[in-house]
Design a protein around this ligand. Structure first.
Ligand code: CP
Ligand code: NVA
Length: 309
């Protein structure tokens, strides 16, 4: 299908600032054109295969609709229905699928599995979430923040709650985009080894603050996510330990008055966030969800080497 090294989108830290900025610019441009009813057929006749080993609402619908709006087509595959579930390797699957389709998007818990697939694929592979990273989400988050508040450079961003894949991609983004990321997570769920290493590499862009109240002081953006990610088994224990990290009106009142609130969704209302906050005036969660569509269209165009507007 393609020659040369395919352009994979696996992790935010695989990219330079310039590359990601280019994608965000294109996302904004495509969004503006869509609002005017203009749907440039930049990916006409391209076929994107999507493999879901786990549940998804936003990722699956936004990639599907995004491809269609760009003139392309999609195949929705569940890992369970594929020979993957009967132990065909990711590498063999990648080689076979590369003979049929133009790109592959996959949601799979093991990041090592994602890398195995990407290594063997001769078409672009896009990470639709692993336990380690959720780079498409962070592209949408950056787009959303900048639409509301302008360039994110120097902005104070606070993450409160669990230490997970979305946080990991935020750490990588903070390093590249020069925002000040403060992380407040309980000791029991402190960052795992490779996230710790990325935090270290990010230097002064990222700091850890134990007390969530202290962490949100002066924040321009407060972010949280579910306390129980896909693959976590200890839900009751997590709810107990993470309780003090709930984003409620009390906690939000300690941030800047015009601070935004983000959550990648799905939300577990009453756990990590209250209705008052997620439905309140500072919340931009549905803009954020919408922007998955626009950001991913730009990622797809980049992967296919179609970068002009
Ligand atoms: N935020 C996100 O990735 O949502 P889905 O799990 O619904 O795709
Ligand atoms: N951290 C969550 C994100 C879901 C989109 C999870 O991995 O389940």
């Amino acid at each position: 299908n393609s020659t040369g090294t395919p352009r994979h989108f696996l992790s935010i830290d695989d990219f330079s600032y310039g590359e990601l900025r280019g994608m965000l610019n294109q996302a904004g441009a495509l969004k503006a054109r869509l609002k005017e009813g203009d749907r440039p057929q930049l990916l006409k006749d391209k076929v994107l295969a999507m493999i879901f080993e786990r549940q998804s609402t936003r990722t699956r619908v936004s990639f599907d609709v995004g491809m269609r709006q760009l003139g392309g087509q999609t195949l929705m595959l569940s890992g369970q229905e594929m020979q993957l579930s009967r132990e065909e390797t990711l590498a063999d699957t990648a080689q076979v699928m590369s003979r049929y389709v133009d790109a592959i998007m996959i949601r799979i818990l093991s990041h090592a599995d994602l890398l195995e697939l990407a290594e063997a694929a001769t078409v672009p592979v896009i990470n639709g979430l692993t336990r380690r990273a959720h780079p498409c989400q962070i592209m949408a988050d950056l787009l959303t923040f900048e639409e509301h508040r302008g360039n994110i450079k120097g902005a104070k961003v606070t993450w409160v709650g669990d230490s997970n894949n979305v946080l990991h991609s935020w750490v990588n983004a903070a390093e590249l985009f020069g925002c000040e990321l403060t992380i407040s997570v309980p000791e029991e769920y402190s960052p795992e080894k490779d996230l710790k290493e990325d935090i270290k590499r990010a230097g002064s862009a990222v700091r850890m603050v134990e007390d969530p109240r202290e962490a949100v002081e002066g924040a321009d953006l407060v972010i949280t996510d579910t306390w129980v990610s896909m693959g976590d088994t200890d839900a009751a224990e997590r709810r107990r330990i993470l309780k003090p990290y709930q984003v409620n009106t009390n906690l939000m009142s300690l941030a800047n008055k015009d601070a935004l609130f983000m959550h990648c969704l799905p939300a577990h209302r009453g756990d990590e966030v209250t209705d008052e906050v997620i439905d309140g005036p500072q919340s931009v969660v549905f803009d954020e969800a919408e922007n998955r569509l626009h950001a991913q269209k730009a990622v797809l165009c980049w992967a296919f080497g179609v970068e002009t507007n």
